[in-house]
Ligand binder design. Structure first.
Ligand code: NAG
Ligand code: NAG
Ligand code: NAG
Ligand code: NAG
Ligand code: NAG
Ligand code: NAG
Ligand code: NAG
Length: 840
């Protein structure tokens, strides 16, 4: 890599001038008396050829780094020496000094980096020395004492494995030495072009049970869950690739560390912490010469640290409650916040405990089965206890709120004891999860017994039935309420007040439609008039007095769309006028009813067409191309051309409605946010939207900007071309559509992803260009994604050249768990949509 022929020749000459072994062409693996340094352009190659050490530039050619990479894949850099002090030019020298220090010297022979903390200046010492640096076949660069006569020969003075960058390879440790406080942790690069120390860190937390934690700055973002003897509690899939990699947590007085080891037959693999804080396990496919993503974390919303707050319980299959619930015997601390889906406030105990220290207690325990155990940061661990002993110990101490087994290797209920005294956080249901025992008052246990623990097993089908019943009930209630006209007069005044309060001083010239008119228009919200329904309510078709057809969105009272969202939507849409945005015609506030009246679009939404085997033929390539361009223009208008900057935050195929001419209209602004002048980015604790369409930085950190909409647009574009859903449940080889698209693109077969219904009569150049633009939109780094203005420009000017996309991380939900448990992946993905399917 970056071989400089001149330097090569000179160095070969220099080498042969000294001790030339005769094989000048092959790179050695050692720096010792024979050769004490390498210059830019020279390399060390490990004995078996797997790893290379040398100088490289990941981005700007003038910034030179010394690093180790896989010889077969030079971009896969596993270690960087001078990540925070790049050299300016190619005059650097890596040398070993007499004391066994590795030094990287710049043009003026100052030390840019050294393996020790000594500040050495000048060149290497000339004295004969008994130390050498060798690049081992494992990828480890070691400095060892070599003198056979000396005591301690072979002792390792320094090794690169002790100083990880952003990558863990077989044999490396992630952990700490509790005695010295030294730690082996990963630090992300700043960007794919810049190996400087980035924001994200992955380290082992050795308090409580060993647990690998990803941090961004000082904020915990994700943890694997405690080590249970076989795998990390939240990563059961670790056990499934044990034929290739063995995972081990070493617990010794001087070391608590995670190590993975590869079997002889295993491919090259690496664990990389990305700039966005995502950890990926990649395996090298030597046939097709690509790195396949084996596993990654976080995988989904429930992996977000403490997503549901204290005593909350995250369930990836309950999209309707935005994934959060409380552990048994607990209720939301603040129902108001909860209904707004601000789950971080967490849950509190429903009934107080009956416990006096030293005295008798009537409390008992409820089992929460199959979970990733809570954060053990403040927990007390005793690995020698039994589970029964643990229960007794917890019962005897009034501050104990929950307990669980520490180790599941013995089978049965497990052994050992973890006791939690404070809040329990970051609990989720997970495949092959552990049982957590939560302390509850007797009254609570009695109540629960009636409901029955066995019910859990049949909970899923029952939930479905219950939902249907609840819907029927709601419809009945709504009808009943709608039939009470005597309330209407009284309602009018309330209505005026309410609307003032809600809408504030925003000056909206939007007709206020009376509830009675709406009841008439929708035939009393009859089922025949219902167009569709979603998490936030139902949509009805209505005919107003002037025979005008409208779509009426009735926000359900139990939905997350409360006053704030309603206000948002009314204020926002009333101001927006663009042919690719759905028009709001009026609204209604009646007691706690909130309704929005939109133009009626007879052709429903885009997803109804592109994902349906029969209907997809309706949309030929020219139509799809117009839809893509129309959505891009609508989005551009939201971002720039209206007086405000508006981030939609929930762009997806079901939110694109089609009018009679199949012209697209973006709808559903319930999640939209307005940015102030000059505001570039915002953060939220409440990540709302639809998984798969969310950009990594938004799903992970709640950071959104116009570029998060660009990402969603990219996903949508690829869906339109391929006719495949982002979740891609039908192609088991790929985690999602992005992976599929990228692989085909990389293999030079992008046309293979084009939907068969348009493949025959589309223009390949146009389609290719669209796929290319789509891939640019879904880049991991928001800075690498184009603004919508560029997207519109690129779509409309077919001769402009496009930049080269990089491989996306495939952040979207991988669904590996769901697959293993035999659940219907497609429905669980679709259920994650939390907005309504308007116009259905
Ligand atoms: C890089 O170049 C600048 C100016 O050319 C110089 O001031 C600086 O010291 C150089 N840094 C290194 C590490 O060589
Ligand atoms: C340098 O490292 C030695 C141990 O190798 C340590 O005792 C000393 O405190 C370190 N000095 C500094 C300035 O960090
Ligand atoms: C590198 O090694 C060569 C001989 O092997 C020596 O002449 C040269 O001075 C060394 N360079 C540095 C910077 O130590
Ligand atoms: C260990 O991690 C802490 C941060 O948790 C860091 O400040 C410290 O420098 C690390 N120690 C070593 C030896 O890397
Ligand atoms: C890793 O595997 C190799 C053989 O494949 C073995 O020699 C080595 O001891 C193992 N290391 C650990 C830490 O298990
Ligand atoms: C552990 O205790 C500290 C100090 O009280 C607290 O800040 C932290 O949030 C606790 N961690 C957990 C997981 O409860
Ligand atoms: C009860 O548990 C807490 C937390 O584990 C501990 O600090 C305290 O000493 C225990 N009390 C008794 C009486 O064992």
């Amino acid at each position: 890599m970056f071989l400089n022929l001149g330097v090569m020749l000179v160095s070969v000459l220099l080498l042969c001038h000294g001790t030339c072994s005769g094989s000048g062409a092959a790179s050695p693996d050692t720096l010792n008396d024979g050769r004490r340094n390498i210059t830019d352009g020279q390399t060390l190659v490990s004995a078996g050829g797997s790893f290379t050490l040398g100088f490289f530039s990941p981005g700007e050619p003038s910034r030179r780094y010394v690093g180790i990479w896989f010889s077969a894949s030079t971009d896969a850099v596993v270690w960087v020496a001078n990540r925070d002090s790049p050299l300016n030019d190619t005059s650097g020298v890596l040398a070993i000094d007499g004391a066994g220090g590795l030094l990287l010297l710049d043009r003026s022979r100052r030390t840019a980096w050294s393996s020790s903390n000594k500040t050495t200046t000048g060149g290497t010492t000339s004295s004969s020395s008994s130390v050498e640096a060798r690049l081992l076949e494992s990828g480890n660069l070691v400095v060892v004492v070599r003198d056979d006569d000396e005591e301690g020969s072979g002792a390792v003075l320094w090794q690169s494995f002790d100083h990880p960058s952003n990558t863990l390879i077989a044999g490396m440790r992630l952990g700490r030495n509790p005695q010295t406080g030294a730690n082996w942790s990963l630090r992300s690069w700043r960007s794919p072009e810049d190996p400087a120390t980035g924001d994200c860190r992955r380290a082992m937390d050795t308090r409580g049970l060993p647990d690998c934690v990803s941090w961004r700055g000082d904020v915990k973002k994700y943890r694997t869950g405690p080590w249970n003897g076989l795998w990390f509690s939240g990563v059961p899939e670790m056990a499934s690739y044990s034929d290739m990699f063995t995972n081990q947590v070493v617990v010794r007085p001087d070391e608590v560390a995670y190590v993975f080891n590869a079997t002889a037959a295993a491919p090259f693999s690496r664990l990389v912490l990305s700039e966005a804080g995502v950890i990926q396990r990649l395996a090298w496919d030597s046939g097709s010469r690509v790195w396949n993503v084996f596993a990654q974390a976080p995988r989904d919303v429930c992996d977000e640290y403490a997503k549901c707050g204290a005593f909350g319980l995250c369930n990836i299959n309950t999209a309707s409650t935005l994934f959060c619930g409380c552990v048994e015997g607990y209720v939301p601390v603040s129902p108001a916040h909860w209904s707004m889906r601000e789950a971080v406030a967490g849950c509190r105990r429903n009934a107080p405990l009956q416990c006096r220290d030293g005295g008798a207690t009537t409390d008992g325990f409820a089992m929460v089965p199959g979970v990733k155990l809570p954060d053990t940061e403040n927990a007390t661990v005793d690995v020698s206890a039994t589970l029964e002993g643990c229960r007794a110990r917890c019962l005897a101490n009034c501050s104990c709120v929950a307990y669980a087994a520490a180790d599941i290797r013995g089978g049965g209920g497990g052994s050992g004891c973890v006791i939690w005294a404070g809040d329990i956080v970051d609990v989720r249901y997970v495949d092959k999860g552990q049982d957590l025992y939560v302390r509850l008052a007797k009254s609570e246990l009695a109540a629960n017994k009636k409901r029955g623990r066995s019910m859990l097993k049949i909970l899923l089908p029952v939930t479905a039935c219950l939902l249907v019943l609840v819907c029927v009930f709601l419809v009945w209630v709504c009808k009943f309420r709608g039939n009470r006209p005597n309330k209407d007069n009284q309602a009018k005044s309330v209505l005026g007040g309410a609307s003032n309060q809600l809408i504030g001083d925003e000056n909206i010239e939007l007709p206020l439609v009376s509830f009675r008119d709406i009841v008439t228009a929708t035939n009393d919200f009859s089922n025949e008039n219902m167009l569709g329904q979603g998490g936030f309510g139902k949509v009805y078709k209505g005919v107003l007095e002037d025979d005008k057809e409208v779509a009426i969105k009735r926000l359900s009272k139990s939905s997350g769309q409360g006053a704030e969202e309603f206000r948002n939507e009314v204020v926002l849409i009333a101001k927006l006028q663009h042919r690719n945005l759905v028009r709001l015609l009026g609204y209604c506030i009646h007691e706690d009813e909130r309704l929005l009246i939109y133009e009626y679009l007879p052709n429903k939404s885009l997803d109804v067409f592109i994902f349906d085997a029969a209907s997809k033929y309706v949309l030929d390539w020219p139509t799809r191309s117009q839809i893509i361009k129309g959505v891009a223009r609508g989005l551009l208008y939201l971002h720039q051309d209206s007086r405000l900057t508006i981030i939609h935050r929930d762009l997806k195929s079901s939110n694109i409605l089609l009018d009679v001419d199949m012209s697209p209209k973006i709808s559903d602004f319930g999640m939209a946010r307005i940015f102030g002048r000059d505001q570039q980015e915002a953060n939220t604790n409440r990540v709302v939207g639809t998984y798969g369409y969310m950009s990594p930085e938004y799903a992970m950190d709640g950071a959104f900007s116009v570029k998060s909409d660009t990402y969603s647009f990219g996903v949508l574009l690829l869906e339109i071309i391929s006719g495949l859903k982002i979740s891609l449940p039908h192609l088991s080889d790929f985690p999602n559509l992005l992976a599929y698209a990228w692989n085909l693109w990389n293999d030079g077969k992008p046309m293979d992803m084009v939907d068969s219904s348009i493949a025959d009569n589309c223009s390949p150049t146009e389609v290719l260009r669209c796929i290319h633009i789509g891939l640019l939109c879904v880049q991991d780094n928001p800075y690498n994604r184009p603004l919508m203005s560029s997207v519109v420009f690129m779509l409309e000017n077919e001769t402009t050249t496009l930049s080269t996309p990089r491989q996306p991380v495939y952040f979207a939900h991988r669904n590996s768990e769901a697959k293993e448990t035999g659940e219907n992946t497609s429905s669980s993905m679709n259920n994650m949509s939390v907005t309504m399917l308007e116009g259905r």
